[in-house]
Design a protein around this ligand. Structure first.
Ligand code: AQP
Length: 338
C-alpha cells in the first residue's frame, strides 16, 4: 500500500528577545499536537530579527535559548525539523525572487510595517518593509499547506497566498497556496499595561509582558499590576467591551487553566480583582515552571542542541533546494553546470 503523504506545516518565531506568554499561547503551544498529523518544520527566524537593531551577542544567545525553548515546550526533533533560518540559505535567495513579484503598495499597507515604523522611526530599513516577503519565502520554500500563527500574523499569510497565486499564474503551478491555522482562542494575548495592544517581546516596558523565563514572583508581581478597570466585576469583553484588561486576563486564565472563558467568569463572579489576579498568576506559573526547568537542562547540553539543529537544517535544505531549483528554472535562470 502506498505510504500516506502528510501535509506540511511550517512556522517560526523571531529570536528578538525573551519569548512572551503571547508567543507561547498564540503559537508555540499549538504546534505540539500538529506533529502527530503533519510533516512539520519549525524554524527560529533569525534573519527576520535583523529588521530591528540587535546586539550580536544577545541575538546568538536568544537564538539558542529559543531552540531549547521549542524542545522544552514539546517540539520533538524526532518528529519535526527544528532549525535556524540562516542555516538554510535558500530562504534569502527565494525572497529575492519573490521581491520581484510583491508590490511596494501592498507591503506599505502591512499593519506590522506601519507599527514597527512608528516604534523604530530612526531605523525604517528596507528589511522592515520586506519582512513579509521573507516570511512568504519561508513558507513557500517548503510547499507548506498550513501555517499555525497568532492572529497578528494572518495579514502576512494572506499576502503569502497572494504572492504564491501571482507567481503560479505567471510561471505555471509552482507553490502550494498555504492556509492559516489559528489558535483555539483566536484572540491575541494583549499587553498587561495597554490591553488594546498585543503583548510583544520587543515591548520596552518589561512590566507589560510575561516572558517564559519570568520567575514565579515576577509573574505574580506583573499580574497584580496589570491594568483592569475601575469597577470590581470580573467580566469579559463578550459581556462588556469596555473591559479589555479583564478580558485579556480571563483569556490568559482560560488558556492556562484549560477552562472556557465563560467557566472562568463564573468561577470568579463577585470575587474581586485581587483573588482573580492571584489565580491567573497560579495558572500561568503552573504552565511556566516545567518549561523553564526543561529549557535550563537542555541549554546545558550544547552538543545535543547542535545535533538537533544539524539534522533539522539537513532535512529543511533538501526540500528548500528542490523548490528553489524549480523556481529558478521557471523564471528563466540558467542552472550552473558542474
Ligand atoms: N500577543 C500575541 N498573542 C498571540 N500570538 C502572538 N504571537 C506574537 N505575539 C502574540 C505569535 O507568535 C509567533 C511568533 O511571532 P514572531 O516572533 O515571529 O513575531 P511577532 O508576531 O512580531 O511577535 P512579537 O512577540 O510581537 O515579536 P517582536 O516584538 O519582535 O515583533 C507568531 O505566530 C505570532 O502570531
Amino acid at each position: 500500500m502506498a505510504e500516506e503523504v502528510k501535509k506540511r506545516v511550517f512556522s517560526g518565531v523571531q529570536p528578538t528577545g525573551k519569548v512572551t506568554l503571547g508567543n507561547y499561547l498564540g503559537a508555540i503551544r499549538n504546534w505540539t499536537p500538529l506533529q502527530e498529523q503533519y510533516d512539520c518544520l519549525f524554524c527560529v527566524v533569525d534573519l527576520h530579527s535583523l529588521t530591528v537593531t540587535q546586539v550580536p551577542a544577545e541575538l546568538r544567545k536568544n537564538t539558542l535559548d529559543l531552540v531549547a525553548l521549542y524542545i522544552a515546550c514539546g517540539l520533538d526533533p524526532d518528529k519535526s525539523a527544528l532549525f535556524i533560518q540562516s542555516h538554510v540559505h535558500e530562504h534569502a535567495e527565494l525572497a529575492w525572487i519573490l521581491d520581484t513579484i510583491a508590490y511596494v503598495g501592498e507591503l506599505n499597507r502591512m499593519t506590522q510595517f506601519k507599527d514597527k515604523s512608528r516604534k523604530h522611526a530612526d531605523n525604517i530599513n528596507m528589511g522592515l518593509m520586506n519582512y513579509p516577503v521573507l516570511m512568504a519565502s519561508d513558507i513557500l520554500l517548503y510547499q507548506t499547506e498550513y501555517v499555525p500563527v497568532g492572529k497578528d500574523q494572518v495579514q502576512h499569510v494572506e499576502l503569502t497566498r497572494n504572492i504564491a497565486e501571482r507567481f503560479n499564474a505567471r510561471y505555471s503551478d509552482t507553490f502550494a497556496v498555504p492556509q492559516c491555522l489559528l489558535s483555539k482562542s483566536g484572540n491575541s494575548i494583549k499587553s498587561l499595561l495597554e490591553p488594546t495592544a498585543k503583548m510583544s517581546k520587543s515591548d520596552p516596558n518589561d512590566n507589560a509582558i510575561i516572558t517564559l523565563t519570568d520567575s514565579a514572583d515576577t509573574v505574580r508581581r506583573k499580574l497584580r499590576r496589570a491594568v483592569t478597570d475601575s469597577d470590581t466585576d470580573v467580566r469579559c469583553v463578550h459581556s462588556s467591551p469596555s473591559k479589555p484588561g479583564v478580558s485579556n486576563l480571563l483569556n490568559i486564565y482560560s488558556l492556562c487553566a484549560d477552562v472556557t472563558v465563560e467557566e472562568a467568569e463564573k468561577q470568579f463572579e463577585g470575587k474581586g480583582y485581587g483573588v482573580f489576579k492571584d489565580a491567573v498568576a497560579d495558572a500561568v506559573i503552573a504552565v511556566l515552571e516545567p518549561i523553564q526547568a526543561e529549557q535550563k537542562r537542555l541549554l546545558s547540553d550544547k552538543a545535543y542542541l547542535e545535533n538537533v539543529l544539524g539534522q533539522g537544517a539537513e532535512k529543511a535544505s533538501r526540500i528548500a533546494q528542490k523548490t528553489l531549483a524549480k523556481v529558478y528554472r521557471k523564471v528563466g535562470l540558467i542552472p550552473r553546470v558542474r
